[in-house]
Ligand binder design. Sequence first.
Ligand code: CDP
Length: 233
Amino acid sequence: MRKITIAIDGYSSTGKSTVAKQLADYLGYVYVDSGAMYRAVTLFAMQNEIISKDNFDEEKLKNSLDSINLSFKKKEEWNKAHIFLNGEDVESQIRNLEVSEFVSPIATIHEVRVKLVAQQQKMGLEKGVVMDGRDIGTVVFPDAELKIFMNASAQERAQRRYKELLECDNSVQYSDVLKNIQERDYMDTTRADSPLLKAKDAIEIDNSEMNLEDQFHTVLQLAKDRIAGRLLY
Ligand code: CDP
């Protein structure tokens, strides 16, 4: 069966990574979480006094890019590949709200994007990849055979992310999560370089009212059609 490239873009916490992972597992494709790469660069910047609440040293970040090495590794016992920053597994550290607060400014830096996009394109060279993010259908894989754009209301998305974060930190507040989602939506859609926008040929799915199973079957059907070369929409 021919292999295709599947790009899933959309706002924060729309369930992109869940459906991307399900799809990749079902099709035997590689799943790449591009957001994890921006988060890992952010963690590096936090650890190296490049970004904090009252400081963002953009020059230092640009000069440090060569010493940031990102890779994904998989183990039987993990349900998805983990991201490694300079050889260290940082998969759980990059998910906290502090990293979420700094990631969108980091993602505005052109040089960061150039580095990460080049690595993402390399990972997709042989097709058979599902990648999720903000610019996958527009910049990383403009020729992807299937492009999905996911959306849901900010309140619904904040509720989902709040539940997830509560599992590791019971001090987390819903209002902080909602504020972070709204701030990131704003920064991600208004930045100059590769803003989040729906590619002309992307199919939009609003999953505010959809459960995970419905969402998966909707996307899977689209993928099967594209793999078979059916262009019905
Ligand atoms: O998990 P969530 O949907 O909240 O976000 P993520 O996919 O982990 O991405 C975190 C942040 O990285 C986003 O808010 C963007 O600022 C940035 N990002 C990006 O600029 N381009 C991508 N392809 C992926 C993420």
